[in-house]
Ligand binder design. Structure first.
Ligand code: ZN
Length: 296
């Protein structure tokens, strides 16, 4: 069997319709049809966008994912969410469609920078916080760079457990968005307003700190739990500074969050470590305050 390579540039800003157009043109030139299979070899951007490009090409080409970053191994490549960014909005255009196979080869971890490992580690910490207190307690004491197979395996199982119960994100799956309402907005602000990159994991780490603070202020979690969460994340992920005058830009992205309903911003918030609530409406002023509190 013949195979061909389609090379793409890396980076969240490449996850757009123009890149898809190039993929589709190449697929046409290569005479790709429904008997073809596309292998998405790369990080979250490649598995998200490759999955999307394949899903709509001739109403669906088969694809499989070989994630090469920790983030895509334990999160992006699993669960059938395919998407591209559009109009400066993250994952605005996309659909649910599963990869036929997900092949995880931990040898790829050796190719990653500390920053990339950290980016994935943030999502692993999230699984602990939303679903598995034992995992959280294990992660708290681990040296993150010595990532063990067991932790990767546990993360994949946790994510799969949640998805099996609610593939189309009607309810429970929303807990996976913990830290992402604020985190995505910060990530987007960096890409589209500052023309800089802040890793997905770092962005959602900040999101998880702010959203835990909101949860504490709304008397959903205890102060001691908030402090524990804050301490773990603030050791691993350095603080970022944002100007007061830019606050509205971050809020703009939140107003377009996919979880919103009737223009109300909905959050997934930790009730206690290992247990997460979803569809929680949060007062606009409190969101602002959480950002000011952490970012200035
Ligand atoms: Zn994420």
């Amino acid at each position: 069997n013949k195979y061909y390579l389609i090379n793409l540039f890396s980076g969240e800003e490449e996850k757009n319709i123009d890149t898809c157009k190039n993929i589709w043109k190449k697929l046409i030139k290569l005479n790709a049809d429904r008997n073809s299979i596309v292998i998405n070899l790369g990080g979250g951007v490649i598995t998200d966008m490759g999955g999307f490009a394949c899903s709509v090409f001739k109403r669906g080409l088969n694809f499989l994912n070989i994630p090469t970053t920790l983030l895509s191994m334990i999160d992006a490549s699993i669960g059938g969410k395919t998407a591209i960014n559009f109009f400066s909005l993250k994952n605005e255009i996309g659909l649910f469609n599963d990869s036929k196979i997900i092949l995880i080869d931990k040898n790829y971890l050796k190719t990653l920078s500390e920053d990339e490992i950290k980016s994935g580690f943030s999502e692993i910490l999230k699984y602990g916080l939303i679903y598995d207190i034992n995992l959280w307690n294990l992660l708290k004491i681990i040296v993150f760079s010595k990532m063990k197979d067991e932790i990767i395996y546990k993360s994949i199982i946790r994510k799969s457990n949640i998805i099996e119960k609610d593939y189309k994100e009607k309810g429970l799956r929303k807990i996976l968005n913990f830290g992402h309402t604020i985190g995505h907005a910060i990530e987007s602000y960096f890409i589209y307003n500052l023309n800089k990159r802040l890793s997905h994991g770092h962005s959602i780490a900040i999101g998880m700190i702010c959203e835990s603070w909101i949860s504490y202020k709304m008397k959903i979690i205890k102060k001691t739990e908030f402090e524990e969460i804050y301490n773990v994340f603030s050791i691993l992920y350095k603080k970022i500074k944002i100007y007061n005058s830019d606050l509205y830009k971050i809020l703009y992205f939140m107003k377009h969050d996919k979880k919103n309903k009737n223009k109300k911003i909905k959050f997934s918030l930790i009730k206690e470590i290992g247990y997460c609530l979803y569809n929680i409406e949060v007062d606009y002023e409190l969101i602002k305050e959480s950002l000011k509190n952490y970012l200035f």
